[in-house]
Design a protein around this ligand. Sequence first.
Ligand code: ADP
Ligand code: MG
Length: 702
Amino acid sequence: MSQLLDSPIEYLKGVGPAKGELLKKELNLFTLHDLLHQFPYRYIDRTQFYQIGELHEESGEVQIKGILRKLATVGEGRKKRLTGVLRDDSGVMELVWFTGASWIEKSLTVGMEYVVYGRVGSYNRQLNMAHPEMEPANEGNSREEGAFSPVYSSTEKLNSRGLNARVRRKLVQNLLERLTPQDLPENLPAYLVQKFKLPGRFDAMRQIHFPRTEAEMNAARNRLKFEELFFIQMRLLQLKRRRRELVKGFAFETVGDYFNRFYTEKLPFELTGAQKRVIREIRRDMGAGVQMNRLLQGDVGSGKTMVGLLCMLIALDNGFQACMMAPTEILAQQHFNSISQYMEGMEVGIGFLTGNVKGKARKAVLEGLADGSIRIVVGTHALIEPGVVFHRLGLAITDEQHRFGVEQRSKLWAKSSPFPPHVLVMTATPIPRTLAMTLYGDLEVSVIDELPPGRKPVETSHRMESHRLRVLGFMREQIGLGRQVYVVYPLIEESEKLDLLNLEQGYEALTREFPPPQYQISVVHGKMKAADKDFEMQRFAAGVTQIMVATTVIEVGVNVPNASVMVIENTERFGLSQLHQLRGRVGRGAEQSYCILMTGYKLSKEGRERIQTMVRTNNGFEIAEADLKLRGPGDLEGTRQSGILDLHIADLAKDGAILQTARNVAIRILDDDPGLERQEHHPIRWFMDKYKKKWDGWSRIS
Ligand code: ADP
Ligand code: MG
């Protein structure tokens, strides 16, 4: 990096120690490099002026020009605000500031002409503009900036301490004035720049901040997005290659008796095409003599457990043990039950280990694992505790990976020698392709994209409080037909007490509607002891109770095929992926299933969209895409800590095509020239070396 860009931000003309401190604290801008790489998130079109008279509530963000007629502080205490009136030939616009009033008041002069930019809103049916950007009309610097002025993300504090949008622009301008092409050498090979008709790195950087035309803006943006995604892919693909070279693994060469006997004699159904395909992929991977790290994605109900079991049998055929680890006691128990059932008559030692397995039983499992008489073990994170010693662990499967931290998985690695076990991570959280390519770009990925035949899609509907009686009637009807019903309440830490109270009241109301002895109701929530939860789960699974009132503890994996109705209370408080998981608890049997989304009358726009998405589709990937669009990648499960998604300019929700191109290009380059030795690839190598430190953390992600 250049010396200029490495210098601390306070050295820039116009910053100084006080503002420098603010920029560091508020925006994490420490160096001039950081300032340069905070790109505008939008631009003000300087070519267009509106007449105040032609504006209305839906006009959005506009630029107007007029004389500031009045400026006054009104209201008291928390309601205190600064208001102004701007007049042009066609009318007047009220301006209002709720924070930073004193600084703003000082910086404005009544009677002067201003160029004003902001979003048109309304208050008491009168149009206004809150926190508009004001610039004296005679100060021609907007002309110098060109047709588009950049707008950078900011904070209230910055705005109220004199670091407003205009000052920010000026700082970037000051920096660009000093910047030379030597400060930003090209990092892409010349042939790529030509092929994709990209602006050079230096030009793109100037143009992204101060584009003169829309075409220039788009070209610069594309170039920088491509660059960003390209280097992420280069890094991930290099990691993947390196791991393939370095981390040797057990070669499972044979598919033998266990697998074949099970497949021909025990398999209770025909595998779907997708199940067969992923088993082939996994088998090939485990046979190659390199440690497998594979993600198995499949929507709820796609049959991941059976795939896992068949892979474990391959491990057994090669003389190894296998384990399956679930995030909760309930899930582990279920996997253990179904695997034991499937395996009946196969004479294979199967163990079960969770924190609740104690005393003699625990001792027996530990001994069986150590002497190898237990070949398959199912459990929770109790399996990775130091006291658990395997005779020969060859394959570790974790179910619902997002509950397992990276650290926990690395403990698994230590459980076998001389090589780490093969690792298969199963997840039902559908991850959009773009995100998977970035988050798991260094893992192999298998996808089960097909449900077992005969599944009827769950019918989903949206109901409000006024429909409550009909919903209860529907529940009664379904229970009369011999089905079971889930009623789910939200429970989050911040409002835990209130949430539990809600659940309790809901439970009481249901008991009145569905009185014993005719009806029995189970309750399960996160605050109960594991043993009590289990007891209630078992009663529901066995059909003793007809209704299960629960918090999201049932979200993951629970399998009660006879349950055909899922009622979700306060649906607006759940995220999309959570709702999808919940709905996946029904529709597992032969009967038509229903999901009823209860909400209040007041719904935010986003809440409404979430519910519409749920009603519209059962497809987990479609839902994940919608989630990504609504929330942005930063909020998706498991992505926040990873740091990978610290993107400056690319947007995984929108830039799928650029990402795909970047990945393809990166693959081709590494296939051709793995060491980046060729002259034309030196810019790439140079740039990656520069940023090595930042990227070193990534290798820990998987
Ligand atoms: P998930 O992928 O959500 O973990 P499961 O493994 O729990 O799904 O499977 C859901 C249900 O589908 C189970 O009852 C399982 O026995 C059944 N199943 C799995 N594969 C098939 C198949 N190929 N044909 C029919 N039923 C299947
Ligand atoms: Mg499952």
